[in-house]
Design a protein around this ligand. Structure first.
Ligand code: ASP
Length: 319
């Protein structure tokens, strides 16, 4: 049984001015013979992940879907690490198969001492082939750790240990050649409707991080240009009092999701009640983003808008 590999560029493929193909990446990887599964490669793009679009990610997910439907044990996607947490979560929301769909990349390119790409790719291929990793949706494998796409974050600009799941920790590890899954998060409903990749690329959802003395001027006119908004509020979901009516008014015109800018933990519902508190904002019609970080909340909201799914119901799964 084969395993499918899709390459999208990023640091893992940057050898000076040369961009490596999947063939180059697997040739540079010790241990491929012991994998026991032939790797079927499709080179899709050779781009920095800053240039990836949601539509492109959906196209790759579709290609991976076709590969597993044709008999592949699982699929691996290599891409730049900058947007990897968004790609993996988007893929997780639409991946319907029991076979693993694994995202990986590298922080040190192949020209540097100790490049991490070969080890990350080998571990990702091992996970993609493993029966133990079935029914877990999209995963991120980095530094021999297995992370659920819905919780993983890039937390450091240069460290090879950048991928962390602050709320849960990794769900498993690759130890020697064995894939050890220690905890199995329940699959969520994902998104029921289907979205055309081009449709998703045309949907504008803003992400707004609240900062001290924020008066909301930047939000003026947003309802004319955007279809949704994610607010990264303070702590458990707070904003300055002056911003609360601005957000409340926007929530009458578009879905506005409340999340925390802290990087871990959930917003709360009814602990504080001053103007701009979580209770006030939820009463004004903002949607509870629960444990979702702002970036993932934006991915989910954009997909829900494209598919016409129930927005409140979908976010309730993360509360
Ligand atoms: N800037 C690079 C990218 O995301 C970083 C990386 O691949 O690690 O394409």
């Amino acid at each position: 049984m084969s395993v499918a590999l899709f390459t999208l560029g990023g640091t893992i493929s940057m050898a000076g001015s040369q961009r490596l193909t999947g063939e180059d990446l697997t040739a540079a990887m010790p241990g491929l013979d012991e994998l026991g599964h032939p790797v079927e490669i499709q080179d899709i793009e050779k781009i920095p992940s800053a240039n990836l679009t949601a539509g492109k990610v959906l196209e790759v997910v579709d290609a991976a879907s076709k590969a597993v439907a044709a008999g592949a044990a699982g699929a691996v996607v290599t891409q730049g690490t900058d947007t990897l947490e968004e790609s993996a979560f988007l893929a997780d929301l639409v991946w319907p198969h029991p076979q693993p769909l694994v995202f990986t990349g590298a922080m040190r390119n192949p020209t540097l001492a100790g490049p991490d790409g070969p080890a990350n790719l080998l571990a990702a291929l091992r996970v993609a082939c493993s029966p133990a990793a079935r029914d877990l949706g999209a995963l991120v494998v980095f530094k021999e750790e297995i992370h659920a796409a819905r919780w993983v974050r890039k937390t450091h600009s240069t460290s090879t240990a950048t991928f962390v799941s602050p709320n849960t920790g990794p769900i498993g590890h690759v130890v020697e050649d064995r894939v050890r899954v220690l905890t199995r998060p329940l699959r969520l409903d994902g998104v029921q409707g289907s979205a055309e990749p081009s449709e998703l690329d045309h949907l504008r959802v803003a992400l707004y991080t609240v900062t001290m003395d924020d008066d909301g001027l930047l939000l003026q006119g947003l309802a004319e240009t955007h279809q949704g908004l994610v607010v990264a509020g303070y702590g458990v979901g707070h904003v300055p009092a002056a911003l609360a009516p601005v957000l409340g008014e926007l929530a009458t015109r578009m879905p506005v999701v409340l999340t925390s800018r802290t990087g871990a933990g959930s917003i709360v519902r009814n602990t504080y009640d001053s103007p701009g508190s979580e209770t006030d904002l939820l009463q004004r019609g903002l949607i509870d983003g629960g444990f979702l970080d702002p970036y993932k909340a934006r991915v989910l909201l954009r997909l829900l808008l494209a598919t016409d799914d129930d927005i409140t119901g979908a976010f309730a799964q993360y509360v």
